[in-house]
Design a protein. Structure first.
Lengths: 597, 282
């Protein structure tokens, strides 16, 4: 019997009792949303008595015109809503074929995914299993931070999502700690989760049995992108241009010899990330770097296995961010690459950037490639496990730049070029933030303002070469930063139509070296934005402070639209030094020369 | 429906609890669980569930005798015999008494033959006893009929058969697994290896093609296709595949080539150079 016919038959059998049935049955869990794609989403809910399932959708409350039915009488309802339009908001209701139970009002809607829709926001919590006042405060602080709305684009649970008094992540405790606490958000925000050790107490990843696997519908057959994993214990999906990898840190990373199925899949999945993806975010429960109370990544086997067997694969494919929980605290690393040993083997050599990644501090972490998958470009590791409790600990793992003994959650704001992560405390305070910037913009933006000036300057553009000198001003060494360490610089020439020449020169490149009172960049092949030489000498005019740039580049179309501005910007702190040329000696189709004074 | 749901759910819960090896829980969180389960037993001395939970914690700590004692207390307070039997079975299995475990599993399965995760667990007991054929039978049944078989279970099934030299059966086990799990890379790649070991490159190629359909174009699969053709002495076709894989790699910016892909690229270039010299790239 076809599903439609079966559904129709049931409806007929229900007869005149339709309205009564609809109103008598209660929704005791959800609805909640899973596995969103650009054309589909899964809607789940639980009723207090077995009924058929119907999701109705439409463009506005009161206009739900399309139905998706399942005639089987169940208490746990799972309905795939398909044939949707990308990037579209739909309102919905859930119920039986006899009638709707809840929804069809402004509080019940979802939005389909769409490639290229930016910016978007992710809320993520870990170890949020105690349904207590702390969890309430963590949840409410996000709502307040989010403009008074619980709705966001994705909700990520980092495992140990429910404890209860017996510390078991079973159905009853999930009912309270997840489906009760977050009911408002779950109605409008798709949720994904990873498998924690407390889920492991009452569910089995080997057989996908137990409460955890019964209550979620994660993609296992590349329904939402990625490569089929065949199991909900680990899986991948795409959301906008972000590729997400969800791993199982409980049982599957301990195969030093032959690759476990999870690791075989992981490598294939990352190898297939398409050139259009921008970000890769991985999440699993047990942190590879942590010094939380009772959870030390040097002594717990699963953490060691993840670090030794999984991280080399992730580094090889340039994963950007790894989110974990387990330790009931917040710890956040530098931008790291290549550290798989114990904490006492960690040195600065494993830091891709010596700074804190805070755009208001040492400056954002920058990656040259604008796409996902740039090998060994560094990843930030965040332990976000204080969703409902904080446990006192030393938090002194050297991989981490920050350790906080505060209850809270993380908010990720993602655009095509920036990923900004904030730790939001239960008091509603952002106590840590970091940013990863993808790609160099090649002077596409407008010139910076408020820059330091010099009494002398010279700009030449001719015969495929250009040069700029800035002299007679002051450059504070602290403001100039250290490009051999962490300072990312931008050297650009602009006219009134926009950027003409130059680009970003990121820190740590081997072409940089420290010289007396400054730094020198030398590249005889001029392979990076054509820069042959950048010399920065700090201090005062009397100490010879100045900037000297020599570069080769395909020259822009001249004459330039005046005035022309040449400038050096420290991207990490926004400090800049600039020369403005309003009256050039030559401004012709093949030559530009301007001198100040 | 509700009753069945609850029953299956409870059995699954016990299964999950019992199956977990103690090593997986060798972490400090066990202290908190230990205290909690102790409190629960003190507060609810007549509740069989509290004693079962306590047994579970003791099992995690490797306290086998104490765990079995808690199960007996649960039995004295009217605990579900199937759940108690399974729990005992898992403790015996983990404690290194597979024959005792199998007896417990047999008892439960005689009443509830449809609890397939338990059939899989009995397979593990058979394997520990040394009867790989019986183990493989249970694994196969559990995977074919169980609610959500996983790649890991299929690999266990394959390994049981390979352990007794049954490559054809191992291949069939992988196929039967994929019929349930899907054509996932973690099963299709071992199947390709087995096809090649069994001297069937054409079948291996068909599998590669099936794998290629499960995701976006992947240079790993194209390269593997070339290598299979190469080993089969079909140099010209192999060369075409190598070139195709290199072209796909070339679409990625240089800085995006991680070590695995860089290694692959080098391997492909060497293979191409070898075929250039008139031989195969083997």
């Amino acid at each position: 019997m076809s599903r439609h016919l079966r559904a129709t038959t049931l409806a007929v059998l229900a007869g005149l009792a339709v309205a009564q049935t609809a109103s008598a049955v209660g929704v005791v869990r959800g609805p909640y949303l899973q596995t969103p794609t650009d054309t589909s989403i899964i809607v789940r809910w639980r009723t207090d008595a077995p009924t058929s399932s119907r999701v109705k959708i439409g463009a506005a409350p009161g206009s739900l015109t399309t139905s998706f039915d399942d005639g089987s009488a169940v208490v746990d309802h799972v309905v795939s809503v398909t044939g949707l339009t990308a990037g579209t908001q739909y309102y919905y209701s859930v119920g039986s074929i006899a009638g709707a139970f809840v929804g069809d009002d402004p509080g019940y809607y979802f939005r389909t995914d769409t490639f290229g829709l930016y910016p978007f926001r992710i809320w993520t919590i870990g170890d949020a299993g105690f349904p207590n006042a702390t969890l309430d405060a963590v949840r409410d602080s996000f709502k307040a931070y989010n403009g008074g709305s619980s709705t966001t684009d994705l909700f990520l649970l980092l495992g140990d999502n429910a404890y209860g008094s017996n510390l078991l992540a079973n159905d009853a405790n999930y009912q309270t700690a997840v489906f009760g606490e977050h009911a408002e958000m779950l109605r409008t925000t798709p949720v994904y989760s990873t498998f924690g050790n407390h889920e492991r107490f009452v569910a089995q990843d080997l057989t996908q049995t137990g409460d955890y696997f019964n209550m979620f519908s994660f993609p296992t057959a590349h329904e939402a992108g990625g490569v089929s994993s065949g199991t909900e214990a680990y899986y991948s999906f795409n959301f906008h241009e972000v590729h997400f990898i969800v791993l199982d840190s409980e049982d599957y990373a301990s195969s030093p010899g032959a690759m476990s199925p999870m690791l075989t899949w992981l490598q294939a999945d990352l190898a297939s990330v398409t050139p259009t993806q921008v970000w890769t975010i991985a999440l699993w429960h047990r942190p590879p770097y942590s010094r939380g109370l009772l959870h030390n990544s040097d002594t717990e086997g699963n953490e060691i296995n993840m670090r030794q067997n999984v991280l080399p694969i992730l580094d090889g494919f340039g994963v950007d961010l790894v989110l974990s929980g387990h330790s009931h605290s917040y710890e956040r690393s530098y931008l790291l690459d290549g550290h798989y040993g114990m904490a006492n083997t960690f040195t600065d050599a494993f830091k891709k950037d010596l700074g804190d990644g805070d755009p208001d501090g040492d400056g954002a972490y920058r990656k040259e490639s604008p796409y996902a998958g740039s090998a060994h470009s560094g990843a930030v590791y965040a332990v976000n496990g204080s969703g409902s409790e904080v446990r006192m600990a030393t938090l002194d793992h050297p991989a981490h730049v920050r350790g906080l003994l505060e209850a809270g959650s993380m908010v990720l704001d993602v655009t095509r070029t920036t990923l900004t992560a904030r730790f939001l405390s239960s008091a509603g305070v952002v106590d840590d933030q970091f940013q990863i910037v993808k790609g160099v913009d090649g002077c596409l933006n407008a010139p910076a303002t408020g820059c330091g000036t010099a009494v002398r300057g010279k700009l030449t553009m001719r015969n495929g070469k250009w040069g700029w000198r800035w002299k007679g001003g002051t450059i504070d060494p602290a403001e100039a930063g250290d490009p051999t360490g962490e300072a990312d610089l931008r050297v650009c020439v602009y006219d009134q139509t926009g950027g003409l020449l130059g680009g970003d020169v990121l820190h740590g490149k081997p072409e940089w070296k420290a010289v007396k009172r400054g730094f020198l960049y030398r590249d005889r092949t001029a392979s990076r934005f054509g820069f042959e030489k950048i010399k920065i000498r700090t201090g005062t005019p009397s100490l010879g402070a100045g900037i000297q740039v020599k570069a080769r580049y395909a020259l822009p179309s001249l004459p330039a639209s005046l005035p022309v501005v040449a400038q050096l910007v420290n991207l990490d702190n926004g400090k800049c030094w600039s020369s403005e040329f309003a009256t050039p000696r030559f401004n012709q189709s093949d030559r530009f020369l301007a001198v100040i004074p | 429906v509700t009753l069945r749901f609850l029953l299956v759910g409870r059995l699954a819960l016990v299964l999950a609890v019992g199956l977990a090896p103690a090593a997986a829980f060798a972490h400090a969180g066990i202290d908190a669980l230990d205290a909690t389960s102790r409190d629960e037993v003190t507060k609810h001395p007549d509740d069989p569930q509290a004693h079962l939970a306590r047994a579970r914690v003791l099992q995690m700590q490797g306290e086998w005798d104490a765990a079995l004692e808690e199960i007996e207390i649960a039995a004295n307070h009217g605990g579900d015999p199937d759940m108690l039997g399974q729990s005992r079975g898992f403790i015996y299995l983990e404690a290194g008494f597979p024959r005792m475990a199998k007896i417990e599993f047999d008892r439960v399965l005689a009443r509830r033959p449809d609890v397939y995760p338990l059939v899989f667990a009995r397979g593990r007991a058979w394997l520990a006893i040394g009867n790989a054929e019986a183990a493989a039978r249970d694994f196969g049944e559990a995977i074919a009929k169980g609610p959500g078989p996983t790649p890991e279970q299929v690999i266990v099934h394959r390994d049981a058969l390979l352990g007794i030299g049954k490559k054809e059966d191992a291949l069939r086990a992988l196929d039967a697994g994929m019929a349930r799990v899907g054509h996932v890379v973690s099963l299709e790649l071992p199947a390709i290896d087995l096809e090649l070991e069994l001297g069937r490159p054409d079948r291996a190629l068909e599998r590669i093609d099936a794998l290629a359909k499960t995701g976006p174009p992947n240079p790993l699969w194209i390269a593997r296709r070339g290598e299979i053709l190469d080993k089969a002495g079909r140099g010209a076709e192999a060369r075409a595949e190598y070139e195709k894989a290199l072209a796909l790699i070339a679409q990625k910016p240089a800085e995006r080539l991680g070590k695995p892909i860089e290694d692959l690229k080098r391997r492909l270039e060497l293979a191409l150079a070898s075929t250039d010299k008139g031989g195969t790239g083997k």
